[in-house]
Design a protein around this ligand. Structure first.
Ligand code: SF4
Ligand code: SF4
Length: 480
């Protein structure tokens, strides 16, 4: 447990910590490109250089903070004149070949090179030699493109595929200013279920998501905290969407209610700083065609009429069964139990099953259960396998994943679903319900960690909030 000094102030360091780790933990600023808290030390960008004061009148010396272990009593300067000058030169060197095309770069606004350049250099290039030209649009995979000119060869992306995703999908070919990040020829980078994390960790705009390419400037977007419902891991994510103050009234106003991109919301208890590619593609799940019209046997009705009809069916039923959604929030599941749990026989339903080609499960994050809240649903309603008892005369189906061909002959159906589906019009009562982006709540992961998601968008007028809708049905349960 050594104590040392940064800029004259005593700082405590844990055993084995580097100057970088101890300094950041104590709130001191040291710039970096290649260093990443969850990757091995490469030490190639040199911008984290610090000065170590010599002992007993000896000369001071400089070294990189990311690879320097703390030793007892050492005195480190993070912002001396010498340090600032060395960083200025490092940035001049990095910018010898890096293009200043921030105006068309997706990383603009989030780029570490922009930030460090303005902090330590800020001058135009002094080089009289033209910058090295390279391919601006090199396809590393179906999901990711590389702008070779912007790459500063920090090797973060390469280390990620070796140390985290373990696909070994990327490497650096050639030397010096001929260096190029390239994907393995056998396509393993394309098959890497975590590949999009390299876009986040690339410190510059070299690695770009094809889903997000030139879609929006990041300062027009805001991030709302959410939870990925793609599997029982429950990774916390940021859902990025258009800021209210930058609302579009023309030029495709649909963008106001769309998810522009998904990034990890760092969470040491669940997913660390990573998510899988399925989590990046949540727009494909949430932005499917929505159901917005309550129906009685396929005929349009109001929400009030649907609630009244559902109450009537439950009151009349001798053997009602409920298939409870494993995509319901903790709040909705509790509301369902309070309103109807004692009136209906409840089974927990798997709303989503693995699809062809999807990674079933792995040792990093991905879980075989492709539903976010099986844990709470089973805690409240048990884990009995879904099997409709003889004599079932009413089935309340909450959410997706149930094949209506399995309904008992003659049974009445109440169906709550957020999306357009052929089954909607076949139900005796159909109620369109809000989806995760239209409400706030919590999910509990397979490991028992509860995480909160927030509301991004308003729901349509005839779309019900399931929690409120269940409370309306409770009248019947009490009377029955
Ligand atoms: S592509 Fe980005 S992360 Fe990869 S080596 Fe280049 S700068 Fe670093
Ligand atoms: S591991 Fe599961 S919860 Fe995490 S991002 Fe992937 S699908 Fe979503």
């Amino acid at each position: 447990m050594p104590d040392f000094f940064i800029n004259g102030q005593p700082v405590h360091a844990e055993k084995g910590q580097t100057v970088m780790q101890a300094a950041l933990a104590a709130g001191f600023y040291i710039p970096y490109f290649c260093w990443h808290p969850h990757l091995s030390v490469a030490g190639n960008c040199r911008v984290c250089v610090v000065e170590v004061e010599g002992e007993g009148g000896s000369d001071s010396w400089s070294d990189i903070a990311c690879n320097m272990p703390v030793s007892e009593g050492m005195r480190v300067l993070t912002d001396s004149e010498s340090v600032r000058e060395q960083r200025r030169q490092v940035l001049q060197f990095i910018l010898l070949n890096h293009p200043v095309d921030c105006g068309i770069c997706d990383k603009a606004g989030e780029c570490m090179l922009q930030d460090h350049h303005y902090a330590y250099n800020g001058e135009p290039s002094i080089s009289t030699v033209p910058k090295v030209r390279a391919t601006k649009y090199h396809e590393l995979s179906e999901r990711i493109v590389l702008d070779n000119e912007r790459c500063i060869v920090c090797s973060r992306c390469v280390r990620f595929t070796r140390e985290v995703s373990k696909s070994h999908g990327l490497a650096i070919r050639n030397r010096g200013d001929h260096s190029l990040v390239r994907a393995a020829e056998d396509g393993r980078f394309g098959a890497d279920a975590y590949s999009d994390n390299v876009v986040d960790i690339c410190p510059v705009g070299a690695l770009l998501s094809r889903n997000f390419l030139h879609k929006a400037r990041v300062w027009y977007l805001q991030a709302t905290a959410s939870v990925c419902p793609g599997c029982a891991r429950g990774c916390t994510v940021n859902l990025w969407h258009r800021r209210r103050e930058w609302k579009l009234n023309a030029l495709d106003p649909k963008q106001n209610t769309e998810i522009a991109r998904v990034t990890p919301l760092e969470n040491p208890a669940v997913n660390g700083p990573w998510i899988c590619n399925k989590g990046r593609d949540l727009a494909r799940i949430f932005e499917r065609p929505r159901a917005g019209q309550p129906m009685l046997k396929g005929r349009p009705a109001t929400l009030l009429q649907a609630a009244s009809a559902a109450r009537g069916l439950i009151a009349e039923s001798a053997r009602p069964v409920a298939l409870v959604s494993s995509w319901g929030s903790n709040e909705e599941l509790a509301a369902f139990r309070d309103a109807l749990g004692s009136r209906l026989r409840c089974f927990v339903k798997s709303d989503h099953a693995p699809v062809a080609g999807e990674v079933l499960e792995d040792a990093l994050l991905i879980r075989a259960d492709k539903n976010p809240n099986t844990a709470t649903a089973q805690q409240l309603f048990g884990s009995a396998p879904l099997s409709l008892p003889d004599g079932t005369d009413l089935v309340l189906v909450w959410g997706e994943g149930f094949d209506f061909a399995g309904l008992p002959r003659g049974a009445r159906v109440i169906f709550l679903n957020g999306y357009l589906a052929p089954e909607n019009g076949h139900a005796d009562v159909f109620v369109p319900i809000s989806i995760q982006t239209e409400r706030a709540g919590h999910y509990t992961s397979f490991a028992g960690v509860t995480s909160r998601f927030e509301r991004l968008f308003a729901r349509a007028p005839e779309v019900a909030d399931a929690e409120e809708f269940f409370a309306q049905l409770a009248v019947t349960a009490g009377a029955g």
